[in-house]
Structures are given as C-alpha cells and as structure tokens.
Ligand binder design. Sequence first.
Ligand SMILES: [Mn+2]
Length: 327
Amino acid sequence: MEIALNPMNSKKIIILENNSELGAGTRGSSLGIAALKVAALKTKKNYFTKYKTEVVEDNNELLHEANGNELAVNAAGILDVLNKVHDQVKSILDRNKFPIVLAGDHSSAAGTIAGIRSANPDARVGVIWLDAHADLHSPYTTPSGNIHGMPLAMSLGVDNIEHRKNAVDHETAAIWSELKSFGGVERKIDVADLVFISVRDTEEAEDYFISEKNIKQFDVQDVRRRGVKEISDETLNYLKDCDHIYLSFDVDCMDCDLVSYGTGTPVPNGLTENEAAGLINHFLIDKRVCCFEIVEINPCLDNKQNAMAESAMRILENATNIIEKRG
Ligand SMILES: [Mn+2]
C-alpha cells in the first residue's frame, strides 16, 4: 500500500536525528526523539512531515557489551558517532540549510560544533549553552566517566588538568585526545565565545575553570529578575564578534519540579518552560544563529507521562517558526 505524506514544504530547515545515548549515565535518552514525535501528534501540526529528516547512524548496541573505559565510558563508539554528526552537520550547512539537531545525550553537541567549525573554517563560532550543567569535564576531572558531561571540554580542547581528580591511563588519554581533535581542528571554540545560561549543578573542577577563564554566565535568577529580552540581548551583544552562533538546549536547564523529571540528570530551581522558550525565541531572531540542538529528553524517567517531550515540542515548534520567518 502506498501512503501519501504531506509534501515537504520547507526548503530551509533540515532535521538531523542523532539517537545516540552512549554518553549518558542513565538509559533511555535514545527514545527522546521518538517521545518528541509522539508529543507532536498531539498538536496535529504535522511537524515531522514538513521537514526533511536525516538520521545519524548510532552505536547504541554497544550498551549491551561491557565497557572497560571507566573515565570515558563508550569513548570509541561515541567518537565514531561524533565524526558522523560532524560530517552531516557540515553537509547541511554546506547546502545552505539550517540544521535542527535532535539528539539523545549531550555529547552530540561536540559533533555539531565540530561540523559548524568545518563548514566555516575561517569564522569565529560562538556557543550559547542552556543547561543545568557546565559539561566541561574531561577524563581527568569527571566524577562519572559519562561523556555527555564533556562536550564543551572537547570543543574547547581543554583537559582542566590543573584541577585533576583522576589518574588517566594511556588508552583513555589517547582516545580523549582524539575526541578533542576530530574534525580537523583542535580548538573549535574559544572560552571568550561561550555563554552559560541556567547552569547550577557543577563540580569543583568546573567551578575553578569557569572562574579562572571568566566564562560568561547568567543564572536562573538573572533571567527571572531582568527578563528574557534583556538577558538574550546581553548574550548576543557579548558574542558580537562571533560570525556564527550555535544554540544548545539541554532540557535539564528547565526546572524538574515545574516541568518534568524526564531527563537524565534532573535539577531543581531551573527555568520555566516560558523562560526557556523566550530566550530561545529571542536568540533565533539573530541570523548569526546557524544551528539549534535539543538534547537529553528521556521519556523512561518522566514522572508526568510524556511531559518533558511535550514541553520541548512546544519550544521546538515556536523556534522552528522563527527560523522559517527570519528570511
Ligand atoms: Mn548538558
């Protein structure tokens, strides 16, 4: 039987699905995109037939095998996925399309940033990181070995070895070196071009790094007190020398008690859905924002059925409309 779908009517946006969850410490974020698709059915807007979707081949079957690398769990499988994310993001940008990346765990962002960098080798790339966590760990500082806590250290090409907590063996050091350098450039971004929003659950080694490097950050109270417009304007102005900006939305930037526990590492006292949406919508008006990524939805952990995916889906629909309209 032939089933006719709506014609794809967007020429601008391509959805890139990366179902990899090798970087997370709890299981289920590979179902995050499926949960988003279920959420989309409620709105009857045919979101997923409007856009061409490309899929990254994952290595999630590796989860069923023992992994001996305790300080960089599943590193080899993740490196392979990140190379593919890099290639596919670069390819989408090379075709002058806007990639919306929907991913399982946040390690995906290292591949996305690498792809943006490769597509724009001479450009300065800024990063806006909406997250409860700083994701600045390396094998030298990680308390868990989970690589979804490391994508920014990979992208910045840093070890934070001054504040090391762990003795790293040669094999781990070698693959970590590859994780920092894949995609052809060792330092994809600079600490001066990074802005944290809603980061509130960090480890000491990360705190030292953030304070020593003077990384720009806005906490939840800043957003609540000053409003999304002022914070987003100040963020974009802070990144005024960047040619391109990547917007990374880890759903755990939102308050787990207000929104949902449907994410791998839920943290209280976060943004409301409206605050997160407001910030994202303001950022996306700026045409330098060249890629938007949503990560870490985990329906297996959701205490309110599919609430996290439904929340993320509302944000995604609004964000997509803004990208479509900005010309
Ligand atoms: Mn994260």
